[in-house]
Design a protein around this ligand. Sequence first.
Ligand SMILES: [Mn+2]
Length: 415
Amino acid sequence: MNNFAHNRQQLYSNLPESSIILLFAGSLKHKSADAYYPHWTNRDFYYITGMTEPDIVFTAYRTKGVVKEILWIVDREPNMVRWIGDVIHKEEAYAISGIQDVRYIKDLSAFLGSVLTKTLYTDIYTVFSRRSLDTTPSVEEVFVQDLLKKYPFVSFHSISPSIHTLRMIKSETEIEAIEKAIHITDIGLRSIMKNLSPGKTENLMEAYFDFELKRNKVKWHAFNTIAASGKNATTLHYEENNAPLLDGDLILFDLGAQWDLYNADISRTFPINGTFSKQQVSLYNIVLQANKKVIASIQPGLEFSQLQTIAKESLYEGLKQLNMVQTMEDLSEYYFHGVSHFLGLDTHDVGDTNVKLSPGMVFTVEPGLYVRELGIGIRIEDDVLVTDKGCRVLSNQIPKEIHEIEDILQQHEMH
Ligand SMILES: [Mn+2]
């Protein structure tokens, strides 16, 4: 069975008899003048349909035990095709989604009207994903408000929790896409390592990464690249990436490619001149130790929240030996973010973190230390998959041991 069809079957298992699922791909967002932002398909919509084009709608409803699913696509005028290209056709939409009944969006309103007025379907499940009360209403909310004016007897429910629960457990195909994203991220990082030297700039390092991504047919980054040297690395989300690289400083990279909408999220920290100083070694090893301890602890049944506890204890022990902290509270001066987040269709992927680990979950392990007064920021981030007995580090091939990193950095002539 097609992956997306499989996802739909899982979703339908909890669908009550008198309810309709209504999902939107979302529309192009206006940027300025005649320019639009690139379309970012709603990730829940993609998970259920496999479609990436804007303005598509998906409906499903159960009738006499059978679920009827319909995909509503756009029909573009021939003249518009000449200007902005073709849209997806019915056969293509079926091939991708596995949904046999594909219709044109202009008929959706009449369809919903007839279903709502002639049958007992009164519960509509859709995606409510507004990030905060202050952001603009989503396409779903606008649709819902409009429909409620015409059909005040229907009630709406959020289907997001059901889809997000499914999205927490990755299929083989999803894992392969994440692995591919990590593989290309590795290629990009190695290009950075080959070209890293004092006197260059952060943005040049970013350019080496970007070149490899484009060369390997990556369309989007997983997120904005962080290339932060020296004290810049102590700002968590530094994205200026324009400072010169100084001899003796470290540089922290947090970056990732996206493949088939699935993301990689990797952090590595390198010495700009090819050799870690003594002080850098001692701090780096504390972070590396924490990274390894968290990874070693991963197994089904462990509380997700325990990952952070293990990371903090490990970092604390290391810093205590250096006399940099006295109590656990002191650690927040040098480490102030979570150690793990789920990874998938979103870089900070959906999912409930008040859970125990289960096979198929994919998340990051990213302890760090940020010592402002020393101009040192270190983060070592891997992506891991929970297996039956423990975990598989999907980013295992990306060097993180000091001797591995120094070997690679020192292989090339510094120029
Ligand atoms: Mn991350």
